[in-house]
Design a protein around this ligand. Structure first.
Ligand SMILES: [Zn+2]
Length: 257
């Protein structure tokens, strides 16, 4: 059989020549994979408004590939997440999640938990939850799934835990904390300062199921600390810049509440 069916989220869309598009998906069944939509640029009818970033689709595709790309035969729109394309802050939050899944996934290496997490992320932003909060929750869970769970229980060097008044930093190469006594250079560009309050909130986020994360209340300061931590950690692990971070940093925390 050469025709297959999958449930997939669109991560990226690129033009190919005059009339075609290359669409990269993260699918429940196959993981990350890219296909070609013949005539998608010219004939608007067949794939109208479906082959767009964030779209949740049921895709019928032909597995006989040329140059590694399968052919997209049909796409049924299950959820457009339209508000993410109409609101700048939501859009930037959604793009960052899609970019991280794109760079963290190998082709045809399916992880249903990653698919479910990405879907939950887009749904949560679409429901009006602060894109910055959703981003923090998404990345807490993503790094756990990838095997890079943040070690937030104690200082990774001396083992001291939860000393009020003690400054802490997140050190990416240690995947965890350094206390003020052990941190070599306070305020280094490679580490992220964390208050005890932010550490506790992140630990709670690690342990709560997706459906209960909304209960956590982060102050503006904790949101900033957590986002800086994830930016530094992701950059250290991936060794690449993700441009959506720069746009996310410009979004106004207050307007996202
Ligand atoms: Zn220490």
């Amino acid at each position: 059989m050469t025709t297959k069916d999958m449930t997939a989220i669109v991560l990226r869309v690129n033009d190919l020549g005059e009339s075609d598009k290359i669409v990269t998906f993260y699918s429940k069944q196959e993981g990350k994979l890219a296909g070609i939509a013949k005539g998608a640029k010219k004939s608007k009818k067949r794939f109208s408004n479906k082959l767009e970033i964030f779209s949740l689709l049921q895709v019928l595709y032909d597995t006989r590939s040329r140059s590694g790309l399968f052919r997209i035969d049909e796409a049924e729109l299950l959820a457009p997440f339209m508000s993410l394309r109409q609101n700048y802050d939501r859009y930037v939050g959604g793009v960052l999640a899609c970019e991280l899944v794109y760079y963290w996934s190998r082709d045809y290496d399916a992880d249903q938990n990653v698919f479910s997490l990405l879907l939950w992320t887009l749904q949560s932003i679409d429901r009006g939850i602060s894109p910055l909060m959703v981003q923090i929750f998404f990345q807490v869970k993503l790094y756990t799934l990838l095997g890079y769970r943040l070690q937030l229980d104690r200082c990774s060097k001396c083992g001291n835990s939860e000393q009020p008044g003690m400054p802490y930093e997140f050190h990416p190469a240690r995947h965890g904390l350094l206390c003020g006594k052990c941190s070599p250079v306070v305020g280094s560009r490679e580490t992220a300062p964390l208050s005890l309050n932010t550490i506790m909130l992140l630990r709670q986020a690690q342990n709560l199921p997706l459906g209960k994360l909304e209960r956590l209340r982060f102050s503006d300061a904790s949101i900033r600390e957590a986002l800086l931590l994830f930016k530094i950690y992701g950059h250290y692990l991936l060794q690449r810049e993700i441009s959506a971070w720069n746009f996310l940093e410009k979004t106004d925390i207050q307007s996202c509440r």
